[in-house]
Ligand binder design. Structure first.
Ligand code: 6LW
Length: 513
């Protein structure tokens, strides 16, 4: 692929699947990016690239539950909108754990692949989306969105605020000051500060993270401002256009491989009105004019190569890949690998996929055309393969032993808020392959005037290779617009009763989707 100096030379999505609120740094010729992870652990995925085109998931900032202290934070809350920076030889990630007791925390590590430290809590930052920047004298500033998360004044907005902080003690050294309120659009947030020439630039998101999402910029003579908005604001806003990438906003500026600036930002592949995969990381080019950045619209340009992954769940390191996720616990707390028995086991403690903290281990769906498969042995329990947006929006294939030896009862279940529907079949064999596939059919999924979205097919395959499709679903009900606005699809194994064994987990994503 050509070097990314034109928007069309960049793969977009840059980091596919549920990866919103990206933040990116360039250190010694290598790019690192971190995204939001909400209720999932490990938290804060870290991606690396040497050419800005090919990205590898190298680790996660929070691999120990205590680092983020998710506790009983609701789905969709938790680990929001990090900023990744490099200073004095250490990588820093500042993040707000929304609705969690840790609040605003700064983690550091010498190597972004980890391990990261336990983090220093910054007391007195009542808001979200913290940014970390240092002035020429090395003084650290936290700049954040003053969406008040405290109990007394929930959800009122104070604009983009800033305070000097002592990162060693976590103390806020001054009363937070208002820097800018944006152009008047709703929810100024996601601030990031940069020095370019004589100016400091304050890049923000506004308009809300839904369809009105936008990027705007202000500049000033010092890190503390005063900041003046650009005449061309908002710099980027997809709403009301036929742009295939919508909700573009929450950008972070970084020097591209050719020396010209780029931004990473969030967006959705909203064909028509629905984005099954949630908010993903995209990128676009930046041109400077009169000392102001200008952002190109974000083209859709998925990588052409298909992705095939196979995880042998009988191997000791079966869960070592950083892409495994569990809800509120680490995958290692939910599942155990029994090498002698040759499988991975999940024990049902919580009772199914549709509960607050399910016994579930999964992976991000990264392609619109995707196939997840796992072999299940349900002789000691009931469980299956499930697609999760949150506990209220799930799709599952559930296997359980029937009263007849060598016959398994398989149920496809679709849960959409308070509505559930299921379909069952009996299949011969002791173990079976469960398959969840998605695709985008030619033409609209729904009515001609509400195009967009995908199809989800639920299939079981027995030992003779006989395939039984139990259900085909309209995927719009498991899309970011319908389910929750913040996360994306995560598909994987779960237990509902007893202990359930799994082998051979596979993911196939079709190139160009
Ligand atoms: C993120 C904020 C936002 O912190 O969504 O609505 C939050 N805006 O920028 C979670 O991604």
């Amino acid at each position: 692929m050509a070097p990314p100096n034109e928007p069309t030379a960049l793969p977009n999505p840059l980091i596919p699947g549920f990866n919103p609120d990206p933040s990116c740094v360039l250190v010694d010729g290598t790019y690192y990016a971190v995204t939001s992870s909400f209720e999932y652990l490990p938290a804060l995925p870290v991606y690396r690239s040497t050419d800005f085109v090919t990205w590898e998931h190298i680790g996660n900032v929070a691999t120990r539950p205590e680092q983020v202290g998710l506790g009983a934070t609701p789905s969709g809350a938790g680990v929001w909108a990090p900023t990744l920076r490099h200073h004095d030889g250490r990588f820093h990630v500042i993040v707000n754990i929304t609705a969690g007791p840790r609040g605003c925390v700064v983690f550091t590590a010498p190597d972004p692949a980890g391990p990261w430290d336990d983090g220093v809590r910054i007391d007195g930052i009542d808001g979200i989306d913290p940014d970390l920047a240092w002035d020429d004298s090395g003084t650290a500033y936290v700049t954040y969105s003053g969406l008040r998360m405290s109990d007394t004044e929930p959800w009122s907005h104070d604009g983009i605020l800033q305070a000097r902080v002592d990162l060693a003690t976590g103390q806020v050294l001054e009363q937070p000051r208002l820097l800018w309120s944006g152009t008047g659009l709703v929810a100024p947030e996601g601030p990031h500060l940069y020095r370019r020439g004589d100016h400091w630039y304050l890049l923000i998101a506004e308009g809300g993270t839904e369809f009105g999402h936008a990027v705007s910029v202000a500049r000033g003579p010092s890190i503390k401002g005063p900041f003046e908005g650009a005449p061309g604001n908002p710099l980027l806003r997809a709403v009301g256009t036929d742009a295939p990438v919508q909700r573009t906003g929450h950008a972070d500026l970084v020097r591209g491989p050719d020396g010209r600036d780029l931004v990473v930002l969030l967006g959705t592949r909203t064909a028509g009105a629905f984005a099954p995969l949630g908010r993903e990381t995209f990128a676009t080019t930046v041109e400077w004019s009169d000392g102001w950045p200008q952002l190109s619209p974000v083209p859709l340009h998925p990588r052409p190569e298909p992705v095939d992954e196979h995880f042998d769940l009988a191997e000791a390191g079966a869960l070592a890949d950083p892409g495994w996720l569990a809800v509120g616990r680490t995958p290692g707390e939910v599942a155990t690998v029994d090498v002698a028995a040759g499988h991975l086991t999940i024990r049902a403690d919580a009772g199914g996929l549709d509960v607050f903290r399910p016994d579930f281990v999964g992976r991000r769906q990264r392609h619109l055309e995707s196939r997840f498969e796992v072999r299940i042995d349900p002789r000691d329990g009931r469980g299956g393969l499930g697609l999760r947006y949150d506990e209220r929006f799930t799709v599952a294939l559930i296997a359980e032993k029937s009263s007849q030896a060598g016959v398994v009862r398989v149920t496809a279940r679709a849960t959409m808020s308070t509505i559930t529907q299921s379909w069952s079949a009996e299949v011969s064999g002791d173990t079976l392959v469960l398959r969840i596939e998605t695709d985008v059919p030619p033409g609209p999924v729904g009515t001609p005037w509400s195009a967009g979205g995908d199809r989800i097919r639920l299939t079981v395959v027995d030992d003779t290779g006989l395939q039984t499709q139990l259900a085909e679903l309209d995927g719009r009900y498991w899309s970011v617009e319908t389910a929750v606005p913040f996360t994306g699809r995560v598909t994987g194994m779960f237990a509902e009763a007893g202990t359930v064994h799994f082998t051979d987990f596979r993911y196939h994503g079709t190139g160009g989707s």
